[in-house]
Design a protein around this ligand. Sequence first.
Ligand code: PMP
Length: 398
Amino acid sequence: MDTIWKAELKEELEQLQKLSQKRKLTEVEAAEQPWLTINHRNLLNLSSNNYLGLAGDIRLKEAMIHAVREIGTGAAASRLIVGNYPLYEQTESALAKWKGAEAGLIFSSGYSANIGMISSIIGRDGIVFSDKLNHASIVDGVILSRSEHKRYRHNDFNHLETLLKQAPFHKRKLIVTDTVFSMDGDLAKLQDLVTLKERYHAILMVDEAHSSGIFGEHGEGLVHHMKLQDKVEIQMGTFSKALGCFGAYAVGDRWLMEYFTNKMRSFIYTTALPPAILGAIYAAIRIVPNEHQRRRTLFEHSEYFRNSLLQLGFNICGSETQIIPILIGPNDQTTEFSQRLLEEGIAGIPIRPPTVPMNQARIRFSLMATHKREDLDFAIEKISLVGKQIGMIGGHTW
Ligand code: PMP
């Protein structure tokens, strides 16, 4: 017989199964490509964050191999011990230059960057104002900080201002937002957030995970696109999506980067990135600013795909970017939709709670610059077919 703790944990798993929320790992080949393989089946890949198609790029591969040959496979220590090999300084300088910032700092992952930065700059006596749809790593950072957590309604300037007004003047305040929301694909109203952070003397931190490399004349991000780079204290982002690598960064004032170097536990107590990763990041930072054609193609693809789904009658959650969801609602119907898409040759992965709110399960499509227009037409035809079969579009409801 199981001990109590075993029985309880197994019961939790069974509960997930009952709610159609149990996840399992599936082996996927070639997920960096526009077409991938699952169980020997070739499927159109509409589920990758490799937005510019650089994850399999020969220039990045070569840079990675070069770094391994020159330096080795492991950093051997954390950066503050003996892991700070010269490629770090070179890459962080290139990063700061690209972003037009005084300084930059590189982290092991977006997740560890968010939990570490938030919990170092704000503590028990502070208040974090966070958009309800912010990424889980931001939510976890706030929990770790032990500060008061005020979640404002998604992109709701008035709600945020009400919460800011109620906060005691002397308390340290951090406003934090994704720039492109990872599950809805819409944009943060950055100008409004800047106005409020100035009015209420708050720190503003943005997460450019899904906009870095994509928005801005040279892919600097949404902050640059909006010309707000001098108004945002912390611009963080990841190298794991449009930049085709791994890891994350922050850019801002030099003293702030020094602060993180000294105070951020997920920076201090972790091994430096392997040279291969940093080699690829350095290459990506020099390549991405000039990849105008890839950005243009991605924008054209996104507009075409969004408009086509809207015309078919789908709710795309206000998407304005390359992340384009279709809202379905219940978990089981979302899973069925995804399953039928799979049968039709499309990898469109269902996103269910807790990643999205209850009853807002969806299929999240994401596009790549390396998709062809005929790939998109194929997808639109199949999504329309499944939508009609299931009764979601074409006059029927569930
Ligand atoms: N922030 C956002 C908005 C994300 O979508 C993600 C990951 N998908 C992260 C942070 C975490 O980044 P990483 O995968 O590099 O840990």
